[in-house]
Design a protein around this ligand. Structure first.
Ligand code: FPP
Length: 242
């Protein structure tokens, strides 16, 4: 959810104001994801690197998180959304941690959208945590890709199909590095406070048209290949006198 600071500066406001306006968009996108029956949505609200920002900005993001939890807690359950925080929340105050626990537990039986809030989150840290948790419980046993996948913060959400970054920069910035091995990437110049559910749905529709090959050949190449195989079999049959 990038571009809050620049959006605010363009309007001669403080960066903090950009985050406040950006937080409004979060609600709209969560609702939209739920309405179009997305399986999972992860919102990157605060990275492990964002700790290097000015204290006031960090505190505002913490405050916005708490406000979101207070305001949206009931709606999350009412909309059948299963909520989970991913990242290191140990630095949040007790009140916010309790709110998180409450919403996670109240929404745990919801079987609609799996909503993840990535807060104090880092993709590399997630991989290291997954490996460490396995090694601690299974000393000396070899790791596999499936084991690492199963020890991600939210394994049931599966791999990432589409990663959207707002704000015009074209990088991944330590986001879901393991889960996005074959993610489609979409970079929009729209700064987050201007992002809308309309654009969100348009991007999903647009990306759905892309052919995903996961390292294999395209479907048309497969058909050609099958055609070649049929031709080969015919030639072999002829040479065997059938
Ligand atoms: C990056 O924009 C954005 C963030 C570091 C925070 C994203 C947070 C929100 C959208 C609001 C949080 C909402 C809740 C509910 C917690 P930037 O500040 O780096 O923008 P810039 O690249 O223009 O400086």
């Amino acid at each position: 959810m990038d571009g809050n600071g620049r959006w605010a500066n363009e309007r001669r406001h403080t960066r903090v104001w950009g985050h406040i306006r950006g937080a409004r968009v979060v609600n709209e996108i969560v609702r939209s994801a739920s309405e179009i029956n997305l399986k999972a949505l992860t919102l990157y609200a605060f990275s492990t690197e964002n700790w290097n920002r000015p204290k006031e900005e960090v505190q505002t993001l913490f405050r916005l998180l708490k406000k979101f939890l207070i305001r949206e807690g009931e709606n999350i359950v009412a909309n059948n959304v299963q909520f989970k925080m991913i990242g290191d929340i140990s630095h949040l105050n007790e009140e916010t941690k309790n709110l998180i626990k409450k919403i996670e537990s109240e929404s745990s039986d919801c079987d609609g959208l799996k909503l993840n809030f990535a807060f104090s989150y880092g993709g590399r840290r997630e991989i290291v945590d997954a490996v460490n948790s396995f090694v601690a419980q299974n000393p000396g046993k070899p790791l596999t890709e499936d084991i690492i996948s199963s020890r991600m913060y939210r394994p049931d959400a599966g791999d990432v199909d589409l990663m959207i970054r707002s704000g015009g920069d074209q990088r991944i910035s330590n986001f879901m590095l393991w889960e996005s091995n074959y993610a489609e990437l979409f970079f929009t110049a729209t700064k987050w406070p201007d992002f809308t559910s309309k654009e969100f749905v348009q991007i999903i529709d647009e990306v759905a048209k892309r052919e995903r090959r996961f390292g294999a050949l395209s479907k048309s190449a497969n058909i050609k290949q099958e055609g070649n195989n049929a031709e080969k079999e015919k030639m072999e049959a002829i040479s065997h006198g059938n």
